[in-house]
Design a protein around this ligand. Sequence first.
Ligand SMILES: *[C@@H]1O[C@H](CO)[C@@H](O)[C@H](O)[C@H]1NC(C)=O
Ligand SMILES: *[C@@H]1O[C@H](CO)[C@@H](O)[C@H](O)[C@H]1NC(C)=O
Length: 506
Amino acid sequence: MVLPVVMSGKRMQPSRLLFCLITFSIILLIFSFVFLLQSSSSSLISKSVFRLILLNNASMFFRPNSDSDSGDKLSNSLPSPSPTINIKPSSSDIDNGCHDPNSNKETVDLGQGTNKVCDATKALLRVFMYDLPPEFHFGLLGWKGQVGQIWPDVSDPNHIPSYPGGLNLQHSIEYWLTLDLLASNIPSVIRPCSAVRVLNSSQADIIFVPFFSSLSYNRDSKLHGRGKVSMNRMLQDKLVQFLMSQDEWKRSSGLNHLIMAHHPNSMLAARRKLGSAMFVLADFGRYSVQIANIEKDIIAPYKHVVRTIYSESGPFEKRPILVYFQGAIYRKDGGVIRQELHHLLKDEKDVHFSFGSVRNHGISKAGQGMASSKFCLNIAGDTPSSNRLFDAIVSHCVPVIISDKIELPFEDVLDYSEFCIFVRASDAVKKGFLLNLLRGIKQDRWTTMWEKLKAIAHHFEYQYPSQPGDAVEMIWEAVSHKRASIQFKVNRHNRFSRSQLNSKSK
Ligand SMILES: *[C@@H]1O[C@H](CO)[C@@H](O)[C@H](O)[C@H]1NC(C)=O
Ligand SMILES: *[C@@H]1O[C@H](CO)[C@@H](O)[C@H](O)[C@H]1NC(C)=O
């Protein structure tokens, strides 16, 4: 009875609205009280029943949130005043972090309580992970287990093997995804239950290849000894050999495999042979469309290197610099535009456009610079993507993207035009164009984008354990979106082989 009133709240008299709000608050208070009396845990209503109600009647529980994308509804929407007691279990589920606020459009697993292993049958994605020897993954971090131990114990987040810092970290996606899968089997690690590792590959939606290819490239590309083959190259060759001999690969021709190759130069040797698989990439800059493309593969954000700013994020008037860019200016390929822009912008007084290495103090300086700027330029470098975009996002500096071929992470659920400015390279180099455009964006419009940035920045955080809506979760969700098309390709691929197998066995 209260519901329609609030739904149409915008059109009501203020005094009536106030009255309704008070009524609603009292009702909510009574229900909370009843709820507290009746239950010591959140078991008042069966989780599965609650899930059913929530999924089918989502609009009753969540106010339509027009100014916000699908990415961040739950956290800033009020529970609407449905006069049922199950509002409470819902908020306790949110509080314990075992639920993805990201996708109430999706089938989301809400039912996981604290200290329970995720239920594979209810997860968004069931993942089988090959037990590759440690030299392919944590061994590259210097981790050594007991004899025969393949995976580190990840039950204590304070004692997991750490990934090398500095610029290595920007491609550490391989590490976060693998950790998250390991954690999915450990009851004490509290994380969202989107992806679950299963030990039987026939029950998996996807087969995960835990090779830390970016680290292998960063660490072991040097040629060693007389053989003139790098460790990185050797591991890739071994990996190809391994995969080709697996039943899981043969059954699907690799179509349902997930391979991480975030560093643009990682997997250079192996990728052509493994091109049927789904890759996790930074961009498609170094790939031909046959091997990698947006239909098949996943674009994952870089791990940002500057510090995330939270409540101290400066509003419009606290950001004296209009436009900020710091980076290498002379790049090959698409990077010519950096020089042209440098030439156009370098003498403007409220523009910071300079050379700069991100090493040493460069990172914290860049962080401060971005946090003091209204707009941050992202200009195509030698590949279309760069970690600068994600640094800008977590600095809440509105990104200005000048990179015609850029592919953006999670664009199926995020509308980047709400918090980024896109400028064609051909326009950006016209005299006066860029500054006119940016000076024309007044405080109101800028502030709307800034608010949006603050709301979506958590989608670009990698962490362990993973948190609802963070980058790890978003990647699993993106992979789950491809599930139907993978199944389609696998079935198509197997038309003949299955028929022949059946006739042989008869
Ligand atoms: C959804 O809400 C409607 C109206 O409140 C109710 O009649 C219906 O049974 C609900 N559906 C489910 C699956 O709970
Ligand atoms: C794996 O799962 C399949 C299908 O659910 C089942 O037939 C098979 O027996 C399982 N294998 C093992 C080793 O449990």
